[in-house]
Design a protein around this ligand. Structure first.
Ligand code: MN
Ligand code: MN
Length: 450
């Protein structure tokens, strides 16, 4: 059972191929910093690979509210035998602007945020930030905003206290309490509008927004503006063997899924790739995996195949499906090894981690995959020469977590978590191994073709 670094069995040529695959991945991370941007990247790539929106086609995709994508590749088999499904999520922890975010204080314009997903708040202060999102103007026009990504763009910052003065206010507090959620306020400007009596700095930034985007302060009420790290994905390590970047949970799965699906030609079983939203806040809402979009999409697919999609057939299709819940797991942390039980943990550079169950405090909230299904998947990977490992999310009672697996398992399908190990998960700069990224891509491809 003792596994070792996967790099040891990779040749120079293999490493070249693995590194070249990571170039596309880094570009994806830079282009897709929000779920909406991920949808645009994914649909663009799908169209380039011959996918279309006509449900009677062989390669079909559909978009839900600009935040979720489903893509289908028709197989040669009977669809009532079920689908091969891989599901990844394209939302990531971040800060959202509040609906009434803008104010002026001490001659500065500031924006209030409400954090999204599980973040360690102290990691988001004193780092360069970018602003991405959409504004729906009063004239009905939707405007995309993206500031802080181009070389000459300004960036934004959340203030932190200097160490000289933080003794009582921060240092004596518990780490988790040191930065209050309401203090995650973005510095937005400092120039006063000439001639303005009241709130001249606020008036000035509103003028800038009005000139650039034709928007007013009222338009912020409906806007969806996300604050994300401004830095780019880059190679990490003197040997360039790792990738550092924001949003790798779970865009490492999304990218490898996209690439894996595009490689699939004439499969036996029908293939479905799901790029879902809202996983980080419990998969709730109209664009999360719990919404009816899955059924609506499959209704259209069945109709496109000339099959009447009655409820009994839909239930059967989902019940007989086999799925991978493509999500990351926590790689053994070199400096905090004590949170892992290292015999049952995943390591960077040993391939995707197959996680039989997630949950916390005695598997509560877990989807626990069947022995038969675990064996089916591990044997498939072995047969196909895919490097893989198995691991739990941390020590018993240390914490825990969940994925979308349980929300699809309710349909009765076989499903198991499988994804690349990630270090510094949920931080502004997550880390993954190029080997794991590549093996995960191959794993998804062979799963679809099985
Ligand atoms: Mn995830
Ligand atoms: Mn997550």
């Amino acid at each position: 059972m003792q596994r070792q670094s996967g790099w040891r069995s990779k040749s120079k040529e293999d490493i070249k191929e693995i590194y070249s695959f990571a170039e596309g991945y880094k570009a994806f991370l830079n282009e897709a910093k929000t779920e909406r941007e991920a949808v645009r990247c994914i649909t663009g790539a799908l169209e380039a690979e011959g996918f279309g929106t006509d449900p009677s086609g062989e390669r079909v995709f559909a978009v839900n509210r600009g935040k979720e994508v489903m893509a289908f590749v028709r197989g040669s088999g009977d669809i009532s035998e079920g689908l091969n499904i891989v599901v990844a999520h394209i939302d990531a922890p971040r800060l959202d602007l509040k609906q009434n975010p803008l104010y002026e204080d001490v001659d500065l314009a500031l924006l209030r945020t409400h954090y999204y997903g599980g973040i360690k708040k102290y990691q988001w202060v004193a780092v360069p930030l970018a602003i991405h999102g959409v504004v729906v103007r009063s004239d009905g026009e939707t405007v995309d905003i993206c500031i802080g990504e181009k070389e000459d763009d300004p960036v934004f910052l959340i203030d932190d206290l200097l160490p000289h003065l933080s003794r009582k206010t921060q240092d004596e507090k518990k780490l988790g309490d040191a930065i209050d959620g309401e203090k995650l306020v973005v510095l937005f400007g400092s120039l006063p509008l000439t001639g303005a009596e009241k709130e001249p700095v606020k008036q000035y930034v509103l003028k800038v927004l009005g000139d650039a985007y034709g928007m007013t302060e009222d338009d912020l009420i409906s806007a969806e503006i996300e604050i994300v790290p401004a830095f780019k994905a880059r190679d990490v390590g003197i040997d360039r063997s790792m990738v550092g970047g924001y949003g790798q949970d779970d865009r490492v799965s999304a990218y490898t899924l996209l690439k894996g699906l595009c490689q699939v030609k004439n499969p036996r079983r029908h293939c479905l790739a799901i790029f879902t939203d809202k996983e980080e806040i419990g998969s709730e809402g109209s664009t999360g995996i719990k919404s009816a979009f899955l059924h609506v999409f499959l209704d259209d697919i069945l109709a496109g195949m000339g099959i009447r999609a009655d409820e009994a057939l839909m239930r059967k299709v989902l019940f007989r499906s086999k799925a991978l819940s493509a999500d990351v797991n926590a790689a053994v942390d070199p400096t905090f090894q004590e949170v892992h039980e290292k015999q049952n943990a995943c390591y960077l550079g040993r391939g995707p981690c197959i996680t039989k169950f997630t949950g916390h405090m005695g598997k509560v909230g877990a989807s626990d995959a069947n022995a038969e299904y675990v064996a089916e998947i591990t044997r498939l990977f072995d047969r196909s020469g895919i490097m893989w490992q198995t691991g739990e999310l941390g020590k018993i009672d240390e914490g825990g977590g969940g994925t979308v697996a349980k929300h699809l398992a309710v349909h009765g399908m076989d499903i198991i978590d499988c994804g690349a190990p990630v270090l510094v998960m949920h931080s502004p700069y997550e880390l993954s191994s190029k080997l794991d990224i590549f093996e995960t891509y191959r794993a998804f491809q062979v799963f679809f073709e099985a």
